[in-house]
Design a protein around this ligand. Structure first.
Ligand SMILES: Cc1ncc(COP(=O)(O)O)c(C=O)c1O
Length: 502
């Protein structure tokens, strides 16, 4: 007979005590595999506990594979594999994941591993982070958003927790279509696909338009996360150098003519990383070139809403009569990046195909959050928030530019872009002997971090290399910092640079 030691005064529930003691007896082999357990009634009577208490303990043992039970029969002790948790972990498992993983994944993994060294992460609180392009959570309208989540859950209940439509929550698509009119874009709701952030949008567009070996024309430098993605899709990147007024269109013309890229990827507003905004003439010329060569444009409008210094030309999409522009929008750089909601606005036929691609990868974007966001926008909170962001970042960017002029204009070989909005400034350091990692270390020692320029290039220009040091770039982002932090961060850069240009 099994004898258990139960303490009825203990805070540990009786069924847990029974479970733990039986488990121990089985693991020690006191109860061997094949042993017929007493019935729940017998064990309960023996120990003066309720039968359901023993039943619950048996259920736990069964769930963990210690008992085998057949309907209407006794439970039998099972021979089971040991549970992995808690055992000392061997340094390597059985599967060699590197060689087992697909070749595209290996390329992707390598590309991200190489980037890791250069992007400052896990900075202590004493370092001012001018590298991150996250948002400042201190400005998040959390209470308003919470009310919107509650409202939609109360009003629509379980419907929002079912599988949602792959194209996205229709009222939100309608809202976005209406909002785009402010930016000069006329599209119907069915020309909009909601995505998990614009990152998901870029991936879908790569799937839509490329096969291994296709080429894609990108600005050099460009948004860093598209570079590993292109490696994964085994596309050839064609660099189109950025000039002061945007990508070099003469170079692009040659590329369009000779290499027929699958698409051209561009960020006309507050370009990441340079902060450059192209003018109307540049946008018209780019569009007309792509029309001539019948090449789609991926217009990444990640900071479209951050036009806080006033007029910026309308998006290329607003002039897109031939419907070759795939316009990528996101709530990440104006509201919350964490809700992962972005969209693609494009001709319906392409949206239908992109929807098919999205369906097989993730079925849909989170419906509850889309509905809450729609409520947030419809209640007018979004407009209010955009205005607040404009007021705030007009002050913050002005503070950044003023601080740069104050602390860095003494260095003749240092220059920077002065953006028309957004969060980014591109710093250029000329005639420099140190390489990027050395400089990054120096900046960190002075308590400031920036994103190194190399991070944004597929092919790093020779003029940046350590063999032939000529000039280097760093990206300054003010997106997570307030005025005081920005001023202090830039003052620290000034101090660090005074050691470089002595
Ligand atoms: C230029 C650009 N495009 C797209 C993204 C992706 O943004 P999300 O997926 O959060 O919308 C980012 C993020 O930093 C970005 O800088």
């Amino acid at each position: 007979m099994i004898l258990l030691n139960l303490d009825k005064t203990s805070k540990l529930p009786l069924f847990v005590q029974i479970f733990q003691q039986l488990k121990k007896l089985i693991e020690e082999n006191t109860l061997e595999p094949g042993f017929r357990m007493p019935s729940t009634r017998t064990l309960a009577e023996k120990h003066g506990v309720n039968r359901s208490t023993v039943y619950k303990a048996y259920e736990e043992l069964w769930a963990l594979g210690y008992l085998e039970s057949r309907p209407g029969s006794y439970s039998i002790v099972r021979k089971r594999q040991k549970i992995a948790a808690g055992e000392p972990k061997s340094p390597k498992g059985l599967i060699p994941w590197e060689s087992k993983s697909s070749e595209p994944c290996q390329l992707l993994h390598q590309a991200y591993s190489q980037l890791k060294y250069s992007f400052p992460r896990n900075l202590g609180s004493s370092v001012i982070n001018l590298a991150s392009l996250d948002l400042d959570a201190r400005l998040f309208p959390v209470d308003d958003f919470r009310r919107c989540i509650n409202t939609v859950l109360i009003e629509q209940g379980g419907a929002l927790l079912k599988y949602g439509e792959c194209e996205g929550y229709r009222p939100l698509r309608e809202y976005i279509a209406a909002r785009l009119r402010i930016h000069g874009i006329t599209v119907n709701f069915d020309e909009i696909l909601i995505t998990n952030g614009s990152q998901n949008g870029i991936e879908l567009i790569l799937k839509l338009l490329t096969v291994p070996g296709s080429s894609v024309a990108v600005e050099a430098p460009t948004y860093s996360h598209v570079l590993p993605m292109m490696k994964y899709f085994q596309t050839n990147l064609i660099d189109i150098p950025m000039k002061k007024d945007g990508m070099d269109l003469d170079h692009l013309r040659q590329v369009l003519e000779t290499q027929k890229p699958a698409f051209v990827y561009t960020m006309p507003n507050f370009h990441n990383p340079t902060g450059i905004t192209t003018d109307q003439a540049h946008r018209e010329k780019l569009l007309s070139l792509c029309e001539t060569y019948r090449v789609p444009i991926l217009e990444d409008a990640f900071e479209e809403e951050m036009k806080y210094f006033g007029k910026v030309p309308l998006p290329i999409k607003s002039m897109d009569r031939q419907r070759l522009v795939l316009y990528l929008g996101t709530f990440s750089k104006i509201l919350f990046p964490g809700i992962r909601i972005g969209w693609i606005a494009a001709e319906k036929e392409s949206i239908e195909r992109l929807t098919a691609l999205k369906r097989f990868s993730d079925l849909s974007t989170n419906t509850l959050l889309q509905a809450a966001l729609n409520e947030f926008c419809r209640q007018g909170y979004y407009e209010l928030h955009v205005k607040r962001m404009h007021r705030e970042y007009r002050k913050r960017m002005t503070a950044a530019i003023t601080a740069l002029r104050e602390h860095l204009s003494g260095f003749a070989k240092v220059s920077w872009t002065e953006p028309a909005g957004g969060y980014l400034i591109w710093l250029q350091l000329r005639d420099i002997r140190q390489d990027e990692p050395a400089l990054q270390k120096l900046f960190l020692e002075h308590g400031a971090a920036m994103a190194p320029g190399q991070y944004f290039y597929a092919h790093y220009p020779a003029s940046h290399s350590s063999e032939q040091p000529h000039y280097l770039h760093f990206r300054i982002s003010i997106s997570t910092l307030n005025e005081k932090e920005i001023k202090e961060g830039i003052a620290r850069l000034g101090k660090a640079l005074s050691q470089v240009y002595r």
